[in-house]
Design a protein around this ligand. Structure first.
Ligand code: UDP
Length: 543
């Protein structure tokens, strides 16, 4: 693919005039640097200084116009990882008049998305931090279409999975190091800077121990739409589309690691699983198959078994109803490392998840002599080494260089087969049939309509309150298995309420209803136990 930015496609003279006259223009979304994405006309990049440049002219603008707060700490995050201090974006300012004294700019005609990849050699990071956020940032801005140009500013080389980034647009992505080939001053005609964080589900433990993000905004639907789009570009058809798969075609996949964190009795494990589930086994590894092949295999699998590790992000290609089995080495508590559990458990992902943990120290092989980043501890003083060697569980810790964590997570494991089978049996028995696993409805009820109350006083200490309402407007277009209503009743001035779940569209309350009292009443509709609708406007009911 050509790296040329065809200058013929734009009128160079007109572009230069526009830059000189209008300077740079910026409008951003987001209140904070952590949720900001900016759109620029004529944002420039000086390859010698390695700085973005904003040219001020009489008609340039900058929104938000933060003044020096632009540096507190930054205008925005250039990667999808929240507030990481190595991933900040900012620009230098110059008057447009300075252009006269600067090298002639090279214009980039494509609509460009400028970002940092976070860790392009690690498959989990590639999907979670880069591919999904890029994919959905492109869907947020309609001019970031298939012709858009991606520019990766983190400064890494292509990395192990560059082909995956290539799938996101028809143009070759550019790396920071390549920009200097184009000249000393590059100006992006139209660009977006930053990434949506809407699709990320995990925080890696930079400020608090790792875990699911506090406010997850993505569901299985968006993950699966992304997966389908990628599979389409890889020319992979899913089994469901191909044919009515026979039961005997079911298989499980063991995704193995061949360099470290090994399953030492993999052959024995596979035999036991074949026996147990009466299914074929397929093994894959990043070292032995290309990624499209792996996706193809996983997209038809009933069960995916793997050691904890980045390769498990590939479970986003599993069919609905499949089971993810994550194996953890000795002394590593599965509850504290849940990127893949969280993924599998996203609503609408429709995957089952089982963690298994090696509880037998003799079944683990550690590597104290290896370099620290592969879990070696030889560099530590004796006392610290002894402490790590005798510890039975890695305590909670921050990312990324905790030696005890690295020591334990890079152990090899002999999987105790009876205990794994036991953990699996409970789940796999209750597994919904793969072929029947259809996406559950996510249509929420509307408000109930025309809510009303009627009251009557029976005696000095006896009263009745009848509440009635009409079905939500959207219900008449839907097939809903179970429709229920929830009514909350609060005596005016009290701070507690009584909730009731009701099957019909009216109900007369007499218990706990007092005469000559005002009650506040809220009503909402619930589909299939979980899909809550909004409350109708509060009713004031005076007995
Ligand atoms: N990897 C692999 N086989 C191995 C070791 C690593 O495929 O034997 C891959 C792994 O899936 C990830 C990358 O190499 O994409 C970096 O692995 P690392 O152990 O650093 O990260 P982790 O898997 O713990 O996230």
């Amino acid at each position: 693919q050509s790296q040329e930015l065809s200058q013929a496609r734009i009128d160079y003279h007109a572009a230069l005039l526009a830059l000189q006259e209008h300077g740079t223009r910026m409008v951003c979304t987001g209140k904070m640097h952590t949720d900001r994405i900016c759109r620029f006309d004529y944002l420039c990049y000086c390859t010698e200084a390695e700085e973005f440049v904003f040219f001020h002219s009489n008609s340039s603008f900058m929104l938000p116009n933060l003044g020096p707060r632009r540096f507190q700490p930054a205008l925005l995050d250039l990667s999808s990882v929240e507030d990481h201090n190595t991933q900040y974006f900012n620009f230098l300012e110059l008057p447009a008049a300075a252009l006269k004294f600067m090298p002639k700019p090279v214009f980039v005609p494509d609509v460009t998305l400028i970002l940092n990849r976070f860790n392009p050699d690690n498959l989990m990071h590639v999907f979670h931090d880069d591919l999904l956020p890029i994919f959905y940032t492109m869907r947020q801005y309609s001019d970031l279409d298939d012709e858009a140009r991606l520019v990766f500013m983190e400064g890494w080389g292509e990395g192990a999975h560059f082909d995956l980034y290539r799938l996101l647009s028809s143009k070759q992505p550019l790396l920071k190091e390549q920009l200097r080939n184009f000249g000393k001053l590059m100006c992006f005609t139209k660009s977006y800077v930053g990434l949506s964080k809407m699709t990320t589900w995990y925080q890696y433990g930079f400020v608090q121990p790792q875990g699911p993000k506090a406010n997850i905004l993505v569901s299985g639907n968006e993950i699966r739409q992304f997966a389908s789009s990628l599979m389409e570009k890889l020319n992979i058809t899913t089994r469901g589309e191909e044919s009515v798969a026979e039961k005997k075609d079911e298989y499980f996949v063991v995704f193995s690691r061949s360099i470290n964190r090994l399953i030492l009795n993999e052959a024995e494990l596979i035999l036991a699983l074949v026996q147990e589930f009466q299914m074929r086994a397929v093994t894959v590894s990043l070292e032995e198959q290309n990624f499209p092949r792996i996706v193809k295999v996983i997209s038809g699998a009933s069960i995916l078994v793997s050691m904890h590790g980045a390769q498990l992000v590939s479970s986003l290609f599993l069919p609905r109803g499949a089971v993810v089995v994550e194996l953890f080495p000795y002394a590593v508590n599965p509850e504290q490392y849940t990127p893949y559990k969280t993924l599998a458990s996203l609503p609408g992902m429709d995957l089952q998840y089982v963690a298994w943990r090696n509880m037998v120290e003799e079944n683990s092989v550690p590597y104290p002599e290896r370099p620290w980043e592969q879990g070696g501890i030889a560099h530590l003083d004796k006392e610290e080494q002894d402490h790590i060697l005798t510890s039975k569980e890695v305590p909670r810790h921050l990312c990324c260089r905790n030696p005890e964590w690295l020591y334990r997570i890079y152990q090899d494991t002999i999987v105790d087969i009876p205990s794994l089978l036991e953990a699996l049996r409970a789940i796999v028995k209750t597994r919904p049939n793969l072929k029947k696993a259809k996406p559950a409805s996510t249509v929420h009820p509307g408000r109930v309509r025309e809510p009303q109350c009627q009251t009557s006083v029976q005696a000095t200490n006896e009263a009745k309150l009848t509440v009635s309402w009409q079905i939500p407007w959207n219900l008449k277009y839907l097939k809903v298995r179970e429709v229920k209503y929830e009514v909350w009743i609060q005596e005016q001035g009290e701070n507690t309420y009584m909730p009731y779940i009701l099957p019909h569209q009216n109900y007369t309350f007499s218990e706990n209803i007092k005469p000559f009292t005002t009650y506040l009443v809220w009503v909402r509709c619930i589909f299939n136990k979980h899909l809550l609708g909004p409350f109708a406007d509060v009713l004031m009911c005076r007995t």
